[in-house]
Design a protein around this ligand. Structure first.
Ligand code: UD1
Length: 423
């Protein structure tokens, strides 16, 4: 397995292009199962998670063609040849569970493996099932699989979520597009990913209003048709690379970056002393005058501070002036990066869902590893500000969600390289 080696190398300078959004693209790909006509996606990121979902969709009979240097993906689900989503794939990629809504809505039956837990928490799927049952599906659990049936099709209904779930909102939304009558989704996720999914479904002929608010209304239609859709920029990749100049100093321009995708996060960075300038095609991020200052953060569903940027923000707080309190409210086990940051000299106390971080003068390079994607990248960010060499192993986590990370960071002056080995 490869490792990534980072040397703290002073201020960064230059441009980084932001790729298409992984989490959005995965949900758009699953939505291709709703129609027997092709869905063409552009601005597709080249990531292992995207390849994993392609394999699953192919197992359902969907043809997946990659064009233009893998930036364009054409998904053709003319016929669904298999309604079962296998454990071997779903356990690797939780977003696979979002084939449930489309398969059930189109075929009247879906058998999808339960995804199981993962490093950051139990991550239940009860709300996904509740939503589909509300639309009239019968659901039984058999040998680790969710077997959902609706032989006469789904029927529109009012679905009220007790709290916000991005994945469950999206399964409900896709299923409702082909249900008979009107569906109202209350306490819906407002994430940009969900809004982009609704936009793509609308381009495919769905009738949806209210996406981006906490109440989404869907008028079911008979059939969806071909469409071409551009994936939005990856706000988590954007936020991650915004931390790079914040922690190492200098100025980096994130091409394709948009502030509206990350307003709360931008406000927190500014409070920490980071300067952000929005142009019509980018965000320019700089930290020129001294170090960052400690800022408290609590994760929350959009438009709150994203859980997917908590680890990266913690890396910044490790070298900030003062003490910050970071609260994780979405996942119960999402401080796995803290012990690794401590190995680099950070001062962090974790109690339940709260981490108290006292900034230190400087971090020191160390061999580290992480158990999930965002935790891994936080260690690379910390390495940018550390004295000496940081070796991050288990790089496959990074490859799930960051396209050519070492190339993108090298381009702005970071000393970072990938080495092959047993990491
Ligand atoms: C979550 C994040 C999303 C992020 C994604 C990938 C939130 C609200 N969601 O989406 O921004 O991009 O991870 O890291 O920040 N839950 C249940 N039952 C369910 C579904 C969810 O109890 O049926 C719980 C989860 O365990 C979690 C919370 O609800 O504590 C939010 O989960 P959810 O939004 O569904 O997770 P993802 O869709 O994976």
């Amino acid at each position: 397995m490869d490792s990534i080696i980072v040397h703290g190398n002073g201020p960064l300078s230059g441009q980084i292009p932001v790729s298409g959004a992984k989490n959005t693209c995965l949900k758009l790909m699953a939505a291709a199962l709703l129609s027997d006509e092709p869905l063409t996606l552009t601005n597709v990121p080249r990531l292992s998670d995207i390849r994993t979902l392609s394999t699953l969709l192919q197992s359902h009979g969907c043809e997946v063609a990659l064009l233009q240097d893998e930036r364009v993906m054409v998904l053709s689900a003319r016929e669904i040849t298999n309604r079962k989503a296998d454990y071997e794939i779903v356990r690797k990629l939780r977003a696979s569970f979002n084939v449930l809504g489309p398969l059930l809505a189109r075929e009247g039956e879906a058998i999808v493996s339960l995804p199981g837990g993962c490093a950051i928490g139990a991550r239940k799927v009860d709300l996904h099932m509740m939503a589909l049952e509300t639309l009239g599906a019968d659901i039984v659990l058999e040998e680790g699989y969710v077997h959902a049936t609706a032989p006469k099709g789904l029927t529109g209904a009012v679905i009220e979520f007790p709290f916000v779930s991005v994945g469950a909102t999206e399964n409900a939304l896709t299923a409702a597009t082909l249900a008979r009558g009107t569906t109202v989704i209350k306490n819906a996720a407002r994430e940009p990913d969900t809004v982009d999914l609704a936009k793509c479904l609308t381009e495919m002929g769905a009738k949806i209003s209210g996406a981006g608010t906490s109440e989404i209304t869907v008028e079911g239609v008979e059939k969806l048709h071909a469409a071409t859709h551009r994936v939005i920029p990856d706000r988590i990749e954007l936020g991650t690379f915004m931390i790079a100049p914040a922690i190492a100093g200098g100025e980096v321009e994130l091409l394709g970056g948009r502030r509206d995708l990350l307003e709360t996060f931008c406000e927190k960075l500014e409070e920490a002393g980071v300067e952000i300038e929005e142009t019509n095609h980018s965000l320019k991020v700089s930290r020129k005058n001294g170090g960052a200052k400690a800022v408290d953060v609590s994760t929350a569903p959009f438009p709150g501070f994203p859980t997917d940027l908590q680890a990266q923000f913690m890396a910044l707080m490790c070298t900030a002036e003062g003490t910050s309190v970071l609260e994780e409210t979405i996942f119960e086990n999402r401080f796995m990066h803290a012990p690794e940051l401590i190995r680099m000299g950070a001062e962090i106390d974790v109690h339940g869902g709260t981490a108290t971080v006292t900034g230190v003068e400087g971090l020191k390079g160390a061999p580290v590893m992480a158990t999930d994607l965002r935790a891994s990248v936080s260690l690379i960010l910390a390495g940018l500000a550390a004295e000496g060499e940081t070796v991050v192993s288990r790089v496959y986590h990074l490859d799930r969600g960051y396209e050519r990370i070492e190339e993108k960071l090298s381009a702005v002056g970071a000393r970072i390289e990938r080495v092959q080995g047993d990491g």
